[in-house]
Design a protein around this ligand. Structure first.
Ligand SMILES: NC(=O)c1ccc[n+]([C@@H]2O[C@H](COP(=O)([O-])OP(=O)(O)OC[C@H]3O[C@@H](n4cnc5c(N)ncnc54)[C@H](O)[C@@H]3O)[C@@H](O)[C@H]2O)c1
Length: 253
């Protein structure tokens, strides 16, 4: 008898799930009845998520954790695994995005960005992989960024981290495919969240968005949610190692 892989039986762990793109992703998962474990540390955003999610079906578990602290993260993952178990879906979504010219980043700043944006994904994948392998099923989505394709200026540690997530997704896809586990990336373009506030000239940035996008409207978080939903669905099981740009046709590769 085949296992039930529908969303209402799924257990999804998402990092940065209280953020601008994380929150609507969590809401969509809860609406479809999933159990969702959010790892975040922003207490204000967590409160917003709690109130937005109240009354929805599904089961929301929020763990306040600093993803830059490997030991703290590993402890939380161990506890979550023993209390909930069977987590079959991982969305590596958290990121920080400090912006300045390359030569102004200290090595410590560079390393902090890699710890949050990349190493937390590695730690989560290592923690959840044994369970996914045992069940012969898993879905992993890394949230990258089109800045990797475009080589955006003044964001070098961030852009490097987003490239690393694509590299990891490809090797994970190759290594885990035989176990029924797919790994893909969603690369958002420009979405009106906190991430956008790093641009000093927001009006000029908005103009640039419309010039570059083939689709002449602003991206909505739901555009990203729909792409994530495809990759985590049971039906996408023959698609792995891919990166889907969700950017209104800004970059094409
Ligand atoms: N918004 C965009 O236009 C855009 C474009 C391209 C890629 N992305 C990617 O989409 C993803 C989500 O971005 P967003 O726009 O929702 O950003 P956001 O800043 O709104 O959300 C990021 C979340 O990560 C959490 N986080 C950051 N550092 C943490 C830490 N040390 N410990 C625990 N939690 C931590 C934050 O609290 C926040 O809730 C990111 O990977 C980002 O790089 C966004």
């Amino acid at each position: 008898m085949s296992e039930d892989r529908t969303m209402n039986s799924r257990k999804v762990l998402i990092t940065g799930g209280a953020g601008g793109l994380g929150l609507p992703t969590v809401m969509a998962l809860l609406k479809s009845g999933a159990t969702v474990i959010v790892l975040d540390r922003d207490s204000l955003k967590i409160k917003e998520l709690q109130s937005a999610a109240s009354g929805l079906p599904g089961n929301l578990i929020i763990e306040s954790v600093d993803l830059s602290n490997a030991e703290e993260l590993q402890n939380v993952l161990r506890r979550v695994h023993s209390e909930i178990g069977g987590i079959d879906t991982l969305i590596n979504n958290a990121a920080i995005y400090p912006s300045k010219p390359f030569e102004e980043y200290s090595l410590e700043e560079y390393q902090l960005i890699q710890r949050i944006n990349v190493e937390s994904a590695v730690i989560c994948a290592q923690a959840l992989l044994p369970g996914m392998k045992e069940n012969g099923f898993g879905r992993i989505v890394n949230i990258s960024s089109i800045t990797f394709s475009g080589g955006w200026e003044n964001l070098s540690p961030y852009v490097a981290s987003k490239g690393a997530l694509i590299g990891l997704a490809r090797t994970w896809a190759r290594e885990f495919g035989a176990f029924g586990i797919t790994v893909n990336c969603v690369a958002p373009g420009a979405f009106p969240t906190d991430a956008e506030k790093i641009h000093p000239d927001l009006e000029g940035y908005t103009k640039r968005i419309y010039e570059h996008q083939a689709v002449k409207r602003r991206g909505k978080p739901l555009d990203v949610v729909n792409a994530i939903n495809f990759f985590i669905s049971e039906e996408s099981g023959f698609v792995t190692g891919q990166t889907l740009n969700v950017d209104g046709g800004w970059v094409m590769n």
